[in-house]
Write a protein that binds this ligand. Sequence first.
Ligand SMILES: Cc1cc2nc3c(=O)[nH]c(=O)nc-3n(C[C@H](O)[C@H](O)[C@H](O)COP(=O)(O)O)c2cc1C
Length: 178
Amino acid sequence: MLKIGIVLGSTRQGRVSPQVAEWVKGIADKRTDAEFEIVDIADYNLPFLGTTDGTEPGIAAWNEKLASLDGFVFVVQEYNHSITGALKNAIDFAREAWYNKAAGIVSYGSTGGARAAEHLRGILGEVKVADVRTHPTLSLFTDFENMSEFKPQDLHLDNVNAMLEEVVAWSGALKTLR
Ligand SMILES: Cc1cc2nc3c(=O)[nH]c(=O)nc-3n(C[C@H](O)[C@H](O)[C@H](O)COP(=O)(O)O)c2cc1C
């Protein structure tokens, strides 16, 4: 069975990403061709890359978690027109554990998080993660109440399912390369 991690891109207190990830997981769990789990960067207490000797147990645990997964769905939020520093740092903390895997992106922000998602696509290319085309974009204005309580519009459901279809197909295909 393929294993897909739903990665929370934000770590700040009061973040809305857990609500979005739970929603994605609820949709994904209806599938029978892959297993989905939420992967929270915050759980790994990663230091800022290069500021320590690299022996923190969270670094090894993060790499082990990534290595155990066949694909990813990144829950991406837009911070200053890009991804969070926490997500970039977490990506930088692994190399081979990313290689030859697939990913989808679900993003949110004032313009659907589109600018952050496009930055992430460039980064993923460098760590040999193949990002699928279909990209659900959620609006802070119309998919959240008071920009904090997640109430997604129904129209996103088809897009999430199409994205998951692509992620599972590509994750399976790329597994043959590894
Ligand atoms: C440091 C910072 C920068 C932000 N910059 C943007 C931005 O450039 N564009 C945007 O649409 N939203 C921006 N936002 C709003 C976030 O997208 C919004 O707060 C969102 O809820 C953050 O995701 P999180 O709750 O999971 O941390 C920014 C928020 C923060 C904290």
